[in-house]
Design a protein around this ligand. Structure first.
Ligand SMILES: Cc1cc2nc3c(=O)[nH]c(=O)nc-3n(C[C@H](O)[C@H](O)[C@H](O)COP(=O)(O)O)c2cc1C
Length: 188
């Protein structure tokens, strides 16, 4: 059921590194994005798949995690993601601003596909773009816009109701809590 997938699709920041995604699986996820909506059907997105241990290790320090929990330094050592998919905008097709929504659509498709296969991930918008572009030797026109971390989740996350409009996520014990606004609060 789509509802179950969407609810299970949380932002995971700790992974079981003994179970890695294969290059094939990652390609399948990217392949699915081709069926997603695309502004004026320009299909301006390009994807870099990183699944090799060395490359994943090199990308990791360029990403920033859980700014809302700065003391925790997530992911904890040994629980890092085992793959990344970098979603890029091909600026030879159009400007970055034109395709930001396409990036979100593709990201959600990939994460839902990963969850369906028993994996999970986290969107990382906070990353060192210049350094990543250089590391991946991306051509001038290809602008990395969103990084998807992926792996086998090894965390308990609970969705709770936001109280008094407070949406800050928090941890108690080992459980990560994500407050979501009520339906009645988001209808205008
Ligand atoms: C566009 C976007 C960028 C994000 N960037 C980061 C990020 O840089 N680092 C991070 O740890 N989480 C990032 N997140 C994950 C959010 O923090 C997460 O979606 C939010 O806390 C709600 O949790 P949930 O995804 O489990 O519902 C990002 C989410 C979105 C939609």
């Amino acid at each position: 059921m789509l509802r179950d997938l969407v609810v299970r699709n949380r932002s995971y920041r700790g992974y079981d590194r003994s179970q890695r995604l294969s290059e094939e699986e990652l390609k399948e996820f990217v392949d699915l994005t081709r069926y997603g909506a695309s502004s004026v059907n320009r299909q301006a997105l390009k994807f870099h798949i990183a699944s090799g241990e060395e490359e994943v290790k090199a990308i990791m320090p360029l990403t920033a995690w859980a700014k809302g929990l700065p003391d925790l330094n997530l992911p904890y050592p040994g629980t890092e993601p085992t793959a990344f998919i970098v979603i890029c905008i091909d600026t030879s097709i159009g400007s970055i601003n034109e395709y930001l929504r396409d990036v979100g659509i593709a990201a959600e498709i990939i994460l839902l596909a990963a969850v369906e296969k028993g994996y999970g991930g986290c969107m990382i918008g906070s990353f060192r773009k210049g350094s990543l572009k250089e590391l991946l030797s991306l051509p001038e026109d290809i602008e990395p816009n969103l990084v998807l971390a992926l792996g086998k989740p090894d965390e308990e996350i609970k969705v709770v109701e936001a109280v008094d409009g407070n949406t800050a996520y928090y941890r108690k014990g080992n459980i990560h809590y994500v407050p979501k606004r009520k339906l009645s609060d988001i209808l205008v």
